[in-house]
Design a protein around this ligand. Structure first.
Ligand code: LLP
Length: 437
């Protein structure tokens, strides 16, 4: 049975339609492997997320997490929706500037920000979420050299366990992120910062992990952050005006995954904040979130062409396509599930169980294992779903495979927003030293 999300269609030829475009035609016109992103879906996801919170809280800022997909066109779409930017590198900050997100709507995160990154962030009035005491001293030094007051928050580590892959759970005490709340390290950081001329303490930040479909850890996060905010007011007279709860809202990838709607999340989290603000007479803060996956994840599909198929007696056979772990590393890296369909045979009944592999020389080079698909033949087109986040963004050139192109589709229009790399691109930065020529 098909598990298509509502923004996809199937035409009478049994072709997958995305953003009003026939995926088979897109693959012919732009080549494969090809990332396809549905502009309307990105906009809808953003609006759904923003409205869920804005209905319940006066002052909400949604800073799109650039790491999920930092393509200029995608970032431009979100800027045009009014989204802020969550950045974690110099180049992401640069992209935010280029698409017109102002410093005041940008937050900079990271556990090891370089001096160059901090300098640019402070010069541009970006909110820096400081991750360690040593970083606070670096910020102090840079701000005083620039003659500016850096706007800062602290990333705190509330020791929350999130039900997700261990590589993307970030709120546990043993993780590398943030200042420890339990031992008083976080409070101490605020105490030090509140005595510094060079910084203006405005915020608190936490990100407990990614791909979370259970509201409970977010509630716990809100409880712990608000307890600290109340303590900061009572003990240091610090007003936290920017409460940044990070990203992490998951999406259903697998049949059977139960979606957590932003509405549900907001209905669970906002009342906790409201209650604490009232109870402790706090300044109502800007409520900020940094979603990445939720905004772009299900808006993207990867189209890949079938080369060869082979059978294995007594076990699933193999279907080899032209996209592998170079184009989409999530299955290899996290054992992640991405739903796969045959884009030119959407109405055909499944009749075999196969593994789907890429063209690279590693056994980790697969996109899916044991998938029930219609009869697949060379030349067929596979659609790999939910790759808009952490797909192209994490692609690589292993075995000198050029990275795929990306097209943006909207109401039947399609335009390349990322060119396909060429062999020249792959060697453009290489040099042969004189003694070898
Ligand atoms: N804010 C911070 C500080 C983060 O570290 C992240 C993601 C986000 C926001 C956005 O989280 P999201 O809403 O997308 O869950 N490569 C992995 C995901 C890594 C997420 C890292 N941090 C994957 O493919 O699943």
């Amino acid at each position: 049975m098909l598990m298509l999300k509502s923004h996809f269609e199937v035409d009478e030829q049994g072709h997958l339609i995305i953003g009003g475009c026939d995926s088979v035609e897109l693959a012919e016109r732009f080549g494969t492997p090809l990332y396809v992103v549905d502009e309307q879906r990105v906009r809808e996801n953003y609006r759904r997320f923003y409205r869920a919170f804005a209905r319940r809280w006066r002052d909400v800022m949604v800073c799109y997490a650039y790491k999920a997909n930092s393509n200029l066109a995608i970032c431009k779409i979100l800027q045009s929706e009014g989204a802020g930017a969550e950045v974690s590198s110099l180049c992401e900050l640069n992209i935010a500037r280029r698409v017109g997100v102002p410093g005041e709507r940008t937050v900079f995160n990271g556990n090891n920000k370089s001096s160059a990154e901090l300098e640019l962030a402070i010069a541009e009035d970006v909110l820096v979420n400081v991750d360690s005491l040593q970083e606070l001293h670096t910020v102090d030094r840079i701000a005083s050299r620039l003659g500016r007051r850096a706007r800062i928050g602290f990333r705190v580590n509330p020791d929350i366990s999130a039900p997700t892959h261990p590589y993307i759970a970030t709120g546990l005490r043993e993780s590398k992120f943030g200042l420890d709340v339990a031992s008083g390290q976080a409070l101490e950081a605020y105490r030090m910062a509140s005595g510094m001329e060079t910084v203006e303490v405005v915020g608190i930040h936490c990100h407990i992990g990614s791909q979370i479909l259970d509201p409970a850890p977010f509630e716990e996060e809100a409880e712990r952050l608000m307890a600290l905010v109340a303590q900061l007011k009572a003990e240091l007279d610090v007003d936290i005006r920017f409460l940044d709860m990070g990203g992490g809202l998951g999406i259903p990838y697998k049949p059977g995954d139960v979606e957590l709607h932003p509405e549900q999340l907001a209905s669970r989290v906002v009342p906790i904040i409201e209650r604490e603000v009232d109870e402790h007479g706090l300044v109502p803060p800007t409520l900020a979130f940094e979603p990445g996956r939720y905004i772009v994840g299900d808006a993207g599909v990867l189209l890949a062409r079938v080369g060869y198929c082979k059978e294995r007696q007594g076990m699933p056979g193999w279907v080899a396509v032209d996209a592998g772990m170079n184009a989409l590393i999530r299955p290899a890296l996290y054992g992640a599930y991405h739903h796969i369909e045959v884009a030119n045979k959407m109405t055909a009944e499944p009749e075999q169980v196969v593994n789907v592999a890429g063209p690279l020389c590693e056994s980790g080079d697969f996109l899916g294992k044991e998938r029930r698909l219609p009869r697949v033949e060379p030349g067929d087109l596979l659609a790999i779903f939910d790759v808009g986040a952490y797909g192209l963004a994490m692609s690589n050139q292993h075995t000198a495979q050029p990275r795929p192109a990306m097209v943006l589709v909207n109401s039947g229009r399609a335009e390349v927003v990322r060119l396909r790399e060429t062999c020249e691109d792959l060697t453009r930065l290489d040099r042969i030293p004189g003694w070898l020529t």
